[in-house]
Ligand binder design. Structure first.
Ligand code: ATP
Length: 673
């Protein structure tokens, strides 16, 4: 039964991310392989479409390596090797284009194993147009009719760094985020026809901005369509790699996992979406988040490829979100056999335990989506720990084998043809009639960046607010003030009981401090109190006596202050001296990267805070080393830390997240903390 584009768009209405597959056509070389060679293309993949082209989900299966058992992967749809790019464009891409003219940011991502046809799908090859040029032609034609402007940008993400592909020198692009709005600093926006050669494996993307002009520049309605041609996945442990290839593959795989984690969270309505786990997802945050649609196309090799099997299993798992479960609750579906982790797949088979674990993960994730489990734990979905360990090993290994070997040279020759093909693009965009240069607003300088104020992106505010304690307990700042006043009164009272604090080097007690809630704790009495009192009695100077008595309390206060920075919400943070809007934002951003960025006084330097601020905020006696505290004020002076003017933080002075957080001393604040 044939379905119309509108039929198929109905299928996608309840899903944020539509996950489909495309089996690549057979190349001439593959066609020559004899059927009995064991590499035959026909039995490798079977696709079950219960309702033909109108199927709301299809099952892709292939035997495992032994050929005895099949693994089932459920996705939204699968296109066969004989279905061309134009058909996919009509069914999947064209329905999204009208949204771009209304301010939406749909994103089309091609992923898959190496050589699975991603570039041919997105950019085109062998004289056949890809999805991006087809979409560009359609957008230009519509823009001409509706009087809109078009701007394009093209970039690549190589080893977690973004580079501008419209500039011959390929300068680096910074991804900045301000109040949830993403800016790509240094990414040019133009219509230039530049043939860039690629010798490295990287993710490549094209952004097509559609701008509705307005008298007020800030009121311009901007929508954009993103095309991303991901670098190919390669299981380096199974296939072997070293040197540059190993480093590249490790980074690529890591960012592919990060992308799937984002897709999974979005499909599951997860309360935390880990956009910041890779440069690509961070860069596309304003498109991936919000209301805009995402189309993930997993390209599959027509002949046996274990990496393709792995990619489709990831894709299938990313489909299993809450929305899908609700939408398909009425129908019985074959439970896909899904690998749990990268590691498990590398060993070729999926055990029952793995399946159970995966099912459990799905349940857990659904609970998380309902707000029942900490959103931070959702990060475990793709066995990140294993991956990170691998990543570290890869970097170490690469440092040893840094000279590219023959393998890398071969890869380079092959990849020269793999760049984002702007020549093809330029040819196509001129098709609808009219000069491309007339239709595209040339904006070579990033200074003329377009305002994206109207883009329908979801901010990460809700993620942040989840990190802050809820419920009826009093605001942390109130408790801090209370603690501070207690300290003052204790300093002027008879010798206090000494509070027993966890030792700095005691890992167990430290982790206890980190995980406990911010509720005030009843101090326990140290049995050595009697000895301490004797010591106090032996002290000569009243200052020494005071210092001794108050040291325990001050240490507790420091811990409370750090905990406050780790948990307080924006408004509470701003109530502290030295923390303004921008510094509060920066603190919240740091917390999004790491749940507890402030573990010691040294960590205050990262946000340009000093012990002085702590003193002013809490009324603690200044200039005195806190017993057990890691960082006296003297250490801050003359160090590489930069302290911003008290209460006057400027966002421009705060380093971008993800960059090195070691600052040079500011001339105006030398030694001034
Ligand atoms: N529909 C098709 N029919 C026949 N051959 C195709 C088709 N699509 C792609 N190919 C061929 O398959 C090979 C791999 O395609 P392509 O370069 O697009 O894969 P890729 O996934 O982008 O590779 P990489 O991961 O290395 O970037 C190329 O030689 C291409 O010409």
């Amino acid at each position: 039964m044939a379905s119309t584009p509108s039929d198929r768009s109905k299928v996608t209405t309840y899903r944020k991310v539509r996950v489909i597959a495309k089996i690549r056509g057979v190349t001439d070389t593959e066609a020559e392989i004899p059927a009995n060679s064991g590499c035959s293309t026909s039995p490798w993949i079977s696709v079950n479409k219960p309702r033909g082209e109108a199927s709301e989900s299809v099952t892709i299966s292939f035997p495992d390596q032994s050929g005895s058992r099949k693994e089932y992967n459920e996705v939204d749809y699968c296109y066969g090797g004989n279905e061309d790019n134009h058909l996919i464009f009509l069914r999947e891409i064209k329905p999204l284009i009208s949204g771009v003219f209304e301010g939406c940011n749909p994103t089309i991502i091609a992923c898959g194993a190496r050589g699975s046809g991603k570039t041919s799908l997105i950019q085109g090859s062998n004289g056949k147009l890809g999805l991006a040029p087809l979409a560009m032609a359609e957008i230009l034609s519509m823009a001409e009719q509706l009087g809109k402007s078009i701007i394009i940008s093209s970039y690549e993400v190589y080893q977690e760094h973004v580079y501008d592909l419209l500039d011959r020198n390929r300068p680096a692009v910074s991804v900045l985020e301000d109040k949830g709005k993403i800016q790509h600093k240094g990414l040019s926006q133009a219509s230039q026809k530049i043939a860039t050669k690629h010798t490295q494996k990287s993710h490549r993307g094209l952004m097509i901005h559609v701008i509705t002009p307005s008298e007020n520049v800030d009121d311009c309605l901007v929508g954009k369509m993103n095309f991303v041609d991901l670098a190919g996945y390669k299981d380096t442990r199974r296939t072997g790699a070293d040197g540059v290839d190993l480093v590249e593959s490790t980074k690529i795989n890591k960012s592919i996992y990060a992308l799937y984690k984002v897709v999974y969270s979005l499909n599951a309505n997860g309360s935390h979406v880990p956009f910041r786990e890779s440069k690509l997802t961070h860069m596309l945050k304003d498109s991936l988040g919000g209301i805009s649609k995402i189309l993930m196309i997993t390209c599959l090799n027509p002949s046996f490829c274990q990496d393709s099997a792995y990619m489709i299993s990831l894709a299938s798992r990313s489909c299993q979100g809450i929305n899908r479960a609700v939408a398909s609750s009425a129908k019985s579906s074959t439970r896909p056999s899904m690998p749990c982790s990268h590691k498990s797949l590398q060993h070729g088979s999926v055990s029952t335990t793995v399946k159970e674990r995966t099912t459990q993960q799905m349940r857990n994730s659904q609970k998380k989506a309902n707000g029942m489990v900490s959103p931070l734990k959702e990060r475990k979905l793709f066995d990140e720990a294993t991956l990170q360990t691998k990543s570290k090993k890869a970097s170490t290994s690469a440092a040893v084998h840094s000279t590219p070997g023959p393998l890398e040279e071969q890869e380079e020759v092959k990849l020269i043809s793999n760049g984002m093909n702007l020549e093809v693009l330029s040819e196509v965009v001129s098709l609808p009639g009219g000069d491309l240069h007339e239709q595209i607003t040339l904006c070579a300088s990033s200074k003329n960046a377009v305002s994206f104020a109207k883009e329908g992106c979801r901010t990460d505010k809700e993620n942040r607010s989840l990190l802050v304690s809820k419920g009826g307990s009093p605001p942390i700042s109130a408790r801090l003030r209370e603690l501070s006043s207690n300290l003052k009164s204790l300093c002027s009272s008879p010798p206090p009981l000494r509070i027993k604090l966890p030792e700095e080097n005691d890992a167990s007690s430290y982790s206890q401090v980190r995980t406990e809630t911010a509720e005030p704790k009843t101090p326990t009495i140290d049995r050595s109190i009697v000895n301490d009192r004797r010591e106090i009695a032996n002290l000569n100077s009243p200052w020494e006596t005071l210092s001794m008595r108050s040291s325990g309390m001050k240490n507790s206060l420091v811990q409370e202050y750090l905990r406050f920075l780790n948990t307080a919400d924006r408004e509470e943070l701003k109530r502290l001296k030295g923390i303004g809007e921008k510094r509060a934002t920066y603190i919240l951003e740091l917390r999004e990267e790491s749940p507890e960025p402030f573990k010691s006084l040294d960590d205050l330097k990262v946000v340009g805070l000093s012990e002085k601020q702590l003193t002013l905020s809490t009324g603690c006696v200044g200039g005195d080393r806190v017993v057990g505290g890691p960082s006296p004020v003297r250490e801050v002076k003359g160090s590489t830390s930069r302290v911003l003017a008290e209460g006057g933080d400027t966002h421009g002075s705060i380093p971008p997240l993800g960059e090195a957080r070691e600052f040079r001393p500011s001339a105006s604040h030398k030694g001034g903390c």
